[in-house]
Design a binder for this molecule. Structure first.
Ligand code: NAG
Ligand code: NAG
Ligand code: NAG
Ligand code: NAG
Ligand code: NAG
Ligand code: NAG
Ligand code: NAG
Ligand code: NAG
Length: 766
């Protein structure tokens, strides 16, 4: 009984973890034709709003739609959302022919089918070298210096989190010691199922809204919210949103541990920041773009400082659709709100990175320098370290290999078994029922670690290790194994690696725009969960994914915005990218996990591993306003009238068309170098007024990079912006594939480094 309960829990944990990390998608709903008359949800995008009064904007949407319906009433009933704050447009249920007719209307920029998207710490902060901090929010004196101290831990920052909502009773949203809500805040908390705005919101959780209408319309309400144990409110059923919100801006919670491991204080990156939770994703069903657009619309209106979006679509196959889905995020960035988004969990294959538009700050995931090493010793005295959360007594048992697809009968009673995740039997509870004592799960790198209470369940960190153990079993008459309890290992590291699952560049939509931008820890991060999450222990749990690395960066962005309120999203991105660690904080190289281990390159981690203290004082920034994004849109094929409407003002793409290589990004990516190309960049001095920077170039193999001028002299407060050119010339003709280098401007104090990636075009000499 006890055994089966335990293993049932393990099975559920596994199932749930898979749902959270891998799927959170129900594309079948969209494709199953649940709308029997072919109607579907479309987003009609109209660009910048033409009127300041949101009611006038909405009235104009109704009026416009009336001409496409037989009655006024039908038109009004078809509207799901009116986007009226950050930009103009609406979501409506339309037939394909209505959608087509509307797309021909002169004031419509695009009609976009609604899509279903997926959801894609204690030690985190120390690991990154963010200065040590007082141990409680109520301690007002902060003796240490650094970014947290200088920003009062982000107490004036408002972090918007677009996710599955929040568990409002969690200690991480207690508001002890926090001052009043920042005056500029215009958002609110909305009551709903088991969520009372008066009780559940406070000076920490200052916004809580939920968006379900797009999903209901998309699925024709074909899911039962009660059965899914969801709440028709901001209350978080899955735990994903509570986890991401904690990582970005959770309050201090002391003495947190996970089954006795990883003990310590949990806190967010900006522990005093305010949290505004926008629930757009629904447990077991997913999230739709129509709902997300409304959340963007509201977040812009509400005046969040940063938006954290641990969500993504599918691997971009249809660049047109993806470019369109991203426009709502563009409007946030155009109004000065950085949007931090997940790179996705589709690695290590190339060209799998999501959220590739240049206005996103796109985040890859690395492993932490912490693990829970668990020693296993085989009968031949070979010793391995695997990962587990096993804290019970050492066990010594026979060892057997279980292949559920094999007919061979093996005796597993009283033994430890090894099983490969590719073979993972759904009925794992039956393993314990038939007397299995321990489980070794051989899995691919950086997957899950789970707890099976008092039974040892241990997890290898790659298949190779599993194969080695299998080899031992096959060559030994009576194989045995000894398993000890796990320990918390905290630095000096285990090497930092880009996690295998983290999506990789190059950017499949616009290869000249480097993605991801930056990396942050995202493996086995301890943070608050919904207690309904079966992986939760006292309201906390470990989660893995770019969903987790994204809010790490969102918290840092909140601090940087507090410190430099006038920095644009592009300047903040530049500060992060140019100061990132390219070796681990202890000086070890950073590897990229995948089919074969290699040193990480910009397609794995962008500029590198985020380094918050350095990002606070970057020296120079590669800044960019709207004009950079206009160049991008021009080169992406938007025409003048479309861009004009996106921006709400007459805009003409320059002729000749601007080169995408000249967009002032803190990176240089040349996807198709013929003989040579010259591009320009502009840097803004945000350090000491009188500064002299020298260029240090590291050319990619087979490429000759030359920078002109090689010295930048900043001498007055009025001349803080200087432009330089970079010439890339191929120095031999045999290259295929990308090669990597860097360009650093250094004044002896600041190293401002951008990654350079070049692929030469394959040419046959005639
Ligand atoms: C078509 O579907 C929509 C959305 O479910 C519904 O409102 C409408 O009444 C349906 N029309 C017909 C003719 O069935
Ligand atoms: C929410 O809580 C307040 C304060 O306890 C109470 O007055 C109010 O009736 C509650 N609202 C709902 C909808 O339960
Ligand atoms: C949803 O599920 C609950 C519990 O299973 C049930 O009581 C309820 O009738 C269902 N609602 C609908 C609309 O099917
Ligand atoms: C920490 O928590 C553990 C159990 O969760 C408890 O036994 C211990 O007393 C706590 N320590 C402190 C200092 O609160
Ligand atoms: C393994 O080590 C133990 C103690 O160190 C020793 O007694 C035993 O003979 C060793 N076994 C093998 C197969 O080497
Ligand atoms: C601009 O693009 C839109 C949508 O792609 C199209 O309808 C329109 O005709 C284009 N205008 C010009 C001037 O090419
Ligand atoms: C690179 O090009 C510059 C001029 O463009 C030239 O002076 C230099 O010698 C070249 N370096 C190499 C290694 O080819
Ligand atoms: C800048 O980079 C150089 C070369 O890698 C290194 O020697 C120097 O210590 C760095 N300076 C700072 C302030 O990081």
């Amino acid at each position: 009984m006890e055994n089966s309960l335990r293993s049932y829990k393990l099975m559920l944990l596994l199932a749930l973890a898979l749902v959270l990390f891998l799927t959170m998608e129900l594309t079948s709903l969209a494709s199953a034709g649940v709308l029997d008359n072919n109607s579907k949800v479309y987003i009609v995008y109209l660009g910048e709003r033409e009127h300041d009064d949101p009611e006038v904007v909405t009235a104009s949407h109704h009026q416009m739609l009336e001409s496409f319906f037989e009655s006024k009433e039908d038109a009004h009933n078809s509207i799901i959302y009116s986007y009226q704050h950050g930009f103009s447009g609406f979501a409506a249920i339309l037939t394909p022919s209505q959608a087509k007719k509307i797309s021909e209307h002169p004031s419509v920029i695009h009609v976009i089918p609604n899509r279903i998207l997926k959801l894609q710490t204690t030690r985190t902060w120390d690991h990154l070298g963010l200065s040590r901090i007082p141990t409680s929010l109520s301690t007002s004196s902060t003796s240490s210096k650094g970014l947290l101290h200088d920003t009062n831990m982000g107490s004036e920052a408002i972090i918007g989190v677009m996710d599955t909502g929040i568990w409002p009773e969690s200690k991480v949203v207690e508001d002890q010691g926090l001052g009043p809500i920042p005056k500029r805040w215009r958002g609110k908390c909305v009551s709903g199922d088991q969520f009372n705005a008066t009780i559940h919101c406070n000076n920490k959780l200052i916004g809580a809204k939920f968006y379900l209408d797009g999903l209901l319309a998309e699925t024709e309400g074909k899911f039962n919210i009660t059965e899914l144990q969801e709440f028709k409110s901001n209350r978080d059923a899955s735990g994903h949103g509570t986890h991401t919100a904690t990582i970005a801006g959770g309050s201090f919670v002391h003495n947190v541990s996970f089954y006795g491991l990883a003990g310590g204080t949990v806190r967010g990156g900006a522990p005093r920041a305010r949290i505004a939770s926008y629930k757009v994703c629904w447990s077991g069903v997913g999230c739709t773009t129509a709902d997300m657009w409304k959340a963007y619309d509201d977040a812009i209106h509400d005046r969040v400082d940063v938006l954290s979006v641990s969500l993504g679509g599918h691997i971009p196959e249809d660049s047109e659709v993806d470019a369109l889905d991203f426009i709502a995020a563009f409007h946030a960035v155009a109004q000065g709100i950085p949007v931090v988004a997940a790179a996705g969990n589709y690695g290590p294959r190339a060209q799998t990175v999501l959220n590739v538009a240049p206005w996103f700050l796109t985040v890859a995931a690395t492993t932490l320098d912490r693990s829970f090493p668990t020693k296993i010793t085989l009968g031949n005295n070979q010793t391995f370290f695997v990962e587990s959360l096993y804290t019970g007594p050492e066990i010594s048992t026979g060892l057997a290999f279980l292949n559920p697809y094999s007919d061979e009968r093996i005796d597993v009673k009283g033994k430890t078994i090894i099983v490969f995740d590719t073979h993972f039997p759904m009925g794992i509870d039956s393993l314990f029922n038939i007397g299995v004592v321990g489980i070794i799960l051989a899995q691919k790198p950086d997957d899950l670690i789970l707890e099976c209470h008092d039974s040892p369940c241990v997890f290898t960190t790659d298949y190779e290790l599993g194969t080695d153990i299998l080899q031992y079993i096959r060559t030994t008459r009576s194989p045995t194994v000894r398993i000890s309890a796990a320990k918390s290992l905290t630095g000096p590291p285990a090497t930092t690696k880009v996690a295998a699952f983290s999506s990789r560049g190059p950017n499949s939509v616009s290869p000249a725009i480097l993605k991801p931008d930056i990396a942050a820890p995202g493996v086995n991060i301890l943070a608050a969960l919904s207690p309904l999450h079966l992986g939760a222990y006292n309201g906390f749990g470990l989660e893995t994914g770019t969903s987790m690395s994204t809010p790490v960066v969102s918290g840092i962005v909140a601090l940087l915005k507090s410190l430099h309120p006038h920095w644009s999203p592009a300047a903040i991105r530049s500060a992060l990218v140019t100061t990132a660690w390219r070796t681990s904080p202890s000086g070890e190289p950073i590897f990229a996990e995948g089919s074969n281990k290699k040193l990480a390159d910009p397609f794995d981690y962008g500029g590198g591993l985020v380094n918050p203290e350095k990002a606070a004082k970057p020296g120079l920034v590669y800044d960019m306003g709207i004009e950079g994004y206009i160049s991008y849109m021009c080169s992406a094929g938007y025409n003048d009238s479309s861009i004009s409407r996106v921006l709400g003002k007459k805009t003409i793409c320059p002729t000749p068309e601007p080169s995408i290589l000249d967009i002032n990004l803190p990176s240089i990516t040349i996807p198709n170098l013929e003989e040579e190309v010259t591009l320009t960049r502009t840097v803004t001095n945000v350090g000491p007024i009188k500064s002299v920077y020298k260029a240090v170039v590291e050319s990619p193999l087979g490429i000759n990079l030359t920078v002109s001028p090689t010295t930048l002299v900043f001498s007055s407060a009025t001349k803080r912006v200087l432009t330089f050119t970079v010439k890339a010339k191929r120095s031999h003709k045999v290259n295929t594939g990308y090669f990597f280098g860097s360009l650093t401007w250094t004044d002896g104090v600041h190293n401002v480094t951008i990654p350079v990636s070049v692929k030469t075009k394959f040419m046959i000499k005639s």
